[in-house]
Ligand binder design. Structure first.
Ligand SMILES: *[C@@H]1O[C@H](CO)[C@@H](O)[C@H](O)[C@H]1NC(C)=O
Ligand SMILES: *[C@@H]1O[C@H](CO)[C@@H](O)[C@H](O)[C@H]1NC(C)=O
Ligand SMILES: *[C@@H]1O[C@H](CO)[C@@H](O)[C@H](O)[C@H]1NC(C)=O
Length: 403
């Protein structure tokens, strides 16, 4: 009888934990992946490296074209992946019709049978390749090299696999080895602001960790009321109505962006230009301008191209300041008696990434059941919660967690 009661209680607790993890993961997963249906998006980053975001198991097209549109049929181009530890890997080499898919030797085994070029595009100077069934291990920086051109040309493309990092963790839950912990320690970085995918305009692409955004088109997203429909904007997921908050945004090479804060009541489906409740600086045509309606715009006396912008909100004091963290130069301060919750605001209509700078991960982990968690970080807590719960489930209930 006792045994029956105990087993029922255990079973019940286990089911609750399972359900909780499942629902949580589903929510995170779907909120991220509802957006990421199109696997062939790419953004330009400040460093001149193109970033291609691809969902795990989809095909990745890495773009590389000569602007001269020179015919490549009789030429040579070489794709390599730059590894940190293992040096360069041969991904795809095409030499006047001779390549790895028709007998040429030397391709790295990681890419064997998975990489193809676009034969019909060669005559347009297009040396793009397709990697089938992209895996996490394919993430990294690729170079597309034309060594025989005068002068030689090399392009860099970063492939970013958008998987659920969380799901990946979950796969390893049964094996809480030191390796996994330490890997996680490097992976999980702490962002002061996480973007809210439900507010993102349908042309915006958010990275899986919800800390970068760029503009692409052609996504079909549900028209929910939180979503920006007229301006290509996205808000941070957390609003502030007290205290001080600050975040850095890498704007890099982006030729046009708007950063600032928006009040909770700001109308997302109406014309932004005339509404109050949005304090921002915008960069356009080489000029920095501070705007907040109904005040007139202020053109800022900034001559150089800024790489990063620090946004500092002191809600209680009623100040919103912008500065250049690289030179510690003040750009502009808005003074206003704030009465509402304010959300970080990001706007770009260009295919260049705006990235919220991650900070060094404050997590410290000691293995063997002494864990120190940082509960200020949502991502970290999610990951750790999964690990913790599964570890508990395994230890106390003798069940594996199947996700
Ligand atoms: C992606 O979108 C297309 C239609 O646009 C749909 O048919 C397909 O099922 C979607 N794929 C995923 C993985 O959601
Ligand atoms: C190169 O070819 C690929 C594959 O057909 C295509 O997706 C890409 O848009 C082409 N690039 C250019 C610049 O035409
Ligand atoms: C689990 O641990 C074993 C032994 O340390 C290792 O060989 C195996 O690859 C690990 N599995 C995973 C999924 O990390």
């Amino acid at each position: 009888m006792h045994l029956f009661i105990y087993s029922s209680i255990y079973l019940f607790i286990y089911l609750c934990i399972y359900l909780f993890i499942y629902l949580y993961l589903c929510q995170v997963w779907s909120s991220i992946f509802m957006k990421h249906n199109d696997s062939k998006m790419f953004c330009l980053t400040g460093s001149g490296v193109n970033k291609v975001f691809v969902k795990e198991h989809d095909d990745a097209v890495l773009p590389c074209s000569l602007s001269t549109r020179e015919n490549l049929v009789g030429m040579l181009f070489d794709w390599r992946k730059n590894g940190q530890k293992d040096g360069q890997k041969e991904v795809f080499l095409y030499d006047a019709g001779n390549h790895y898919n028709n007998g040429r030797q030397g391709q790295d085994k990681q890419f064997k049978g998975r990489v193809s070029h676009f034969q019909g595009q060669l005559m347009n100077g297009n040396a793009s390749i397709k990697i089938q069934n992209a895996k996490m291990a394919d993430s990294g920086i690729y170079s597309c090299d034309f060594p025989k051109l005068q002068p030689g040309q090399t392009f860099s493309i970063e492939l970013v696999l958008v998987s659920g990092a969380l799901i990946d963790m979950a796969k390893h839950l049964g094996n809480l080895s030191y390796n996994i912990w330490s890997k996680m320690k490097q992976k999980v970085s702490y962002s002061p602001v996480v973007l809210d995918p439900n507010t993102a305009h349908s042309d915006l692409f958010l990275s899986t960790d919800l800390t970068s955004v760029c503009c692409v088109d052609g996504q079909k997203l549900p028209r929910n009321p939180e979503r920006f429909n007229s301006v290509i904007s996205v808000l941070g997921s957390e609003g502030f109505d007290s205290g001080t908050h600050s975040w850095d945004v890498v704007v890099g090479a982006s030729p046009a962006w708007i950063l600032g804060v928006a009040a909770e009541s700001f109308q997302r489906n109406k014309d932004v230009g005339s509404q109050s409740g949005l304090w921002r600086i915008l960069y356009y045509k080489g000029e920095y301008t501070a705007c907040s309606r109904p005040d007139p715009d202020t053109v800022l006396p900034v001559k150089k191209k800024l790489q990063r912008i620090r946004v500092h909100l002191d809600w209680s004091k009623g100040e919103l300041s912008f500065s250049d963290p690289d030179t510690d130069t003040h750009l502009h301060t808005f003074k206003h008696t704030f009465t509402e919750k304010l959300f970080p605001y990001f706007n770009t209509n260009k295919p260049y990434l705006l990235e919220i700078s991650p900070r060094r991960n404050p997590l410290s982990v000691t293995v063997n059941h002494h864990h120190t968690f940082d509960f200020n970080n949502q991502q970290e807590v999610t990951v750790l919660l999964h690990l913790y719960l599964s570890e508990c489930a395994l230890k106390y209930f003798g069940f594996g967690v199947f996700l």
